[in-house]
Design a protein around this ligand. Structure first.
Ligand code: SF4
Ligand code: SF4
Length: 452
């Protein structure tokens, strides 16, 4: 049985670490706004990447998508365009398997939202058709590359899923392309494994993005503790003009765009990194872009970390988009307990889902599966730790109170919208209060008020 959880497991994580003696309470808190976490990355960082076979049906999520191009009964191949986003971002969505379209079904997504999915009956043949032709990135103009990126459906692969072409369209005054290969959340090692396996693609994708950005240099930011990967990437970029490796501290949330930019450039910005002349893209996005450029392959499969203390064999898997968590876990050995809690993403920033029918999507990088948290929260001690450690510089406990009171004016004043949902406030709370959940609800309240 799959049990719904909140994010209060994060405190359990830290307390467990202390009790196990792997870290001590003094060494965890290495300074305001950043923590060094025991990442549990050894569970998956060096094992084989297991291939997951899609079952009889796959469910392709239609995030923010209104223009569906197929109907029940249509035959599709892996690579067939199923839909196109019809909002500000015209990116397409492709089938990951060949077979027959059965219709549209509402399902919980790994973000916790219930959205439409195209249901495809998998014929098991995996017949592929190129939805677009490869392109010579050296010869293509910047405009052609931006259009290519849009039509290839390249989205941020670090979990956000933001259409990447938007960052390059009309980019001006950019001095640096920053490739985010930090992967700071506990348990997740998918980026590490992909970069280790596909370093040439990383270089090709980054080189092309550098051309599109108009910048003089690209920095590939990797945690300084990843010595083997740093050496490998340095070797791979040594003959490519403008590409460099940037070592950054092993702290959380170093992978958050603002933290990373501050670490590298010692600058802050208001809304977008472009304001200070920087474009940021995830390392696996660069790899996915390279595969599109060179092979005409859209993002129809993902390498994801399936890890946590409630899965028997934590693993990195190569899985077609649209395959459920349940099917993946079955194929890697099953759950370790009858009741588990499932998080779409890593344990800090990921969202809890109530069902293991949720599927892998083009932005997925991890599913974390944990033991249910039995401990109850107690009253706020007013210790102020959550405020002290918030990397966004806002006041989580006050935002929680404002949310409970439904005070939209105060939520606006407290800048609840600035929260990056990093999970740090819950992590440090000694009362086991799900502070992050309260701030998330506060943000939702603000959004709803803005829509009115
Ligand atoms: S308020 Fe948001 S940004 Fe600040 S610590 Fe909590 S989750 Fe992180
Ligand atoms: S960390 Fe927890 S106990 Fe301390 S002020 Fe914040 S909500 Fe209250």
């Amino acid at each position: 049985m799959i049990k719904r959880i909140g994010s209060c497991f994060i405190l359990g994580l830290i307390i467990n670490e202390i009790l196990k003696g792997r870290v001590n309470s003094m060494s965890i808190l290495i300074g305001p706004m950043k923590l060094h976490l025991n990442g549990h990355k050894e569970l998956t960082s060096h094992g084989e990447v297991k291939n997951i076979v899609a079952g009889k049906k796959v469910f392709i999520p239609l995030m923010a998508c209104t223009d569906v191009l197929v109907k029940a009964g249509d035959t599709v191949k892996a690579g067939t365009m199923l839909a196109k986003r019809d909002d500000h971002f015209k990116v397409p969505i492709f089938s990951s398997v060949s077979g027959k379209v059965l219709g549209i079904e509402e399902l919980e997504h790994t973000t916790g939202r219930v959205i439409d999915h195209v249901v495809i009956e998998n014929d098991g043949l995996n017949t592929f058709e190129r939805p677009f032709e490869p392109i010579d990135a050296e010869k293509a103009s910047v405009e052609e590359l931006v259009t290519f990126m849009m039509n290839a459906g390249i989205v941020g692969c670090g979990g956000a899923g933001f259409p990447s072409y938007v960052k390059y369209k009309g980019a001006k005054g950019i001095h640096t392309l920053l490739i985010n290969a930090v992967e700071c959340e506990p348990y997740i090692t998918a980026d590490y494994r992909i970069m280790d396996n596909q370093v040439e693609e990383l270089v090709y994708g980054t080189k092309t993005m550098l051309k599109m950005s108009g910048a003089k240099k690209a920095l590939i930011a990797i945690k300084k503790t990843k010595k083997d990967l740093i050496a490998k990437v340095r070797e791979a970029v040594k003959d490519t003009e403008g590409l460099f490796v940037e070592e950054v501290p092993d702290q959380y949330p170093m992978g958050w765009e603002r933290t990373l930019i501050y670490e590298v450039f010692k600058k802050r910005y208001d809304k977008l990194p472009g304001e200070i002349g920087v474009i940021v893209n995830n390392a696996t996005t660069a790899i996915a872009f390279s595969e599109a450029l060179r092979y005409g392959k859209p993002i129809i499969e993902k390498i994801c970390t399936i890890s946590g203390d409630a899965v028997k064999n934590p693993s990195n898997v190569r899985v077609p988009v649209g395959v459920s968590v349940q099917e993946i876990v079955e194929q890697i050995g099953g759950y370790a307990y009858d009741e588990v809690r499932i998080v779409g993403g890593g344990p800090m920033m990921g969202k809890t889902v109530s069902t293991d029918r949720a599927v892998i999507n083009s932005a997925s990088n991890a599913i974390t599966i944990l033991k249910p948290d039995e401990d109850e929260a107690i009253a706020c001690l007013r210790c102020g730790r959550c405020n002290d450690h918030c990397p966004a510089g806002i006041l989580p406990v006050r935002i929680n109170n404002a949310e409970e009171a439904g005070d939209v004016k105060l939520l606006t004043k407290l800048r609840a919208d600035q929260c990056i949902e990093c999970g740090m406030c819950t992590y440090v709370c000694p009362s086991k209060i799900e502070v992050t959940e309260g701030v998330r609800r506060g943000k939702a309240l603000l959004r709803a008020a803005a829509q009115k």
